[in-house]
Design a protein around this ligand. Structure first.
Ligand code: SF4
Length: 248
């Protein structure tokens, strides 16, 4: 498969509510979800490109800006006709092609390790089969690849395969902790399944995109802009700190 070729195998999420979400948790996240959509809009995603291209793009995005990783991704596509050529290229040649994304030597090695593992296990470079596996199985397959963690796996599943997996980046993690959707000691890795369990599959995409928008615009690190936030009524951080100060 050529790099970036569209794959239409993405399974659509069902509308069933997840089992295991507590009633109080469900009510709270439902309110957060509704306020986020009222503020930033209802987001809908369609599977975008081939999943391996998405996976490589997510590796390129690690520890750099969207602008730089996008440039590196386009440069990689321009330099190589297909994944076989990427795998066969000397490390230095691949690193040169993705230089603008930063950590080029490390990322070049990582990409080739992933490609080698995919080719060895699947006999080709097509990850479309992940659309048909149970979600947990698809996630386990991806995180078993070298250097692929839960966020990278969830990005590939959500954006390239249309699966209801929630990527938890630094914004989603910070905002979810402040709101009290997850406990203060729940790390980003554990937050993936903790938050997914509270959402219906067809809420995952919009929740993810809107939580990032909220984290970038209002619930910023290190200082949240609570004075202009539409989520104060459901926010633990606000009630525990800002709210108390207002009563002093
Ligand atoms: S009230 Fe403050 S801490 Fe809570 S979500 Fe809004 S900006 Fe973040």
């Amino acid at each position: 498969m050529a790099i970036g070729q569209r794959d239409a195998t993405g399974a659509r999420p069902s509308r069933a509510r997840p089992a295991g979400a507590g009633a109080a948790e469900g009510r709270k996240i439902a309110r957060v979800f509704a306020i986020l959509e009222a503020t930033y809009g209802a987001r809908q995603g369609e599977p975008d490109g081939d999943p391996l291209d998405g996976l490589v793009g997510t590796i390129l995005s690690q520890h750099t800006s969207d602008v730089n990783s996008g440039r590196a991704h386009r440069s990689l596509r321009a330099a190589f006709p297909d994944w076989g050529a990427v795998l066969a290229a000397p490390d230095e040649e691949l690193a040169a092609a993705i230089r603008s994304g930063g950590l080029a030597n490390l990322k070049a090695r990582r990409i080739k390790e992933v490609l080698a593992r995919v080719a060895a296990e699947r006999g080709d470079f097509d990850l479309g089969f992940l659309a048909d596996l149970p979600l947990d199985e698809a996630r386990r397959w991806l995180v078993a690849l070298p250097g692929v963690g839960p966020k990278t796996a969830a990005c590939t599943l959500l954006f390239n395969l249309g699966r209801p997996a929630l990527p938890v980046d630094t914004h989603v993690h910070r905002v979810a902790r402040r709101l009290g959707l997850i406990g203060p000691r729940v790390g980003a890795a554990a937050a993936h399944e903790a938050l997914e369990a509270q959402l219906a599959p067809d809420q995952i995409y919009s929740f993810h995109v809107n939580m990032i928008a909220h984290g970038r615009r209002i619930c910023r690190a290190p200082v949240p802009r609570c004075g202009i936030c539409p989520l104060t009524e459901v926010c633990d951080y606000f009630h525990d700190s800002v709210g108390l100060r207002a009563e002093d």
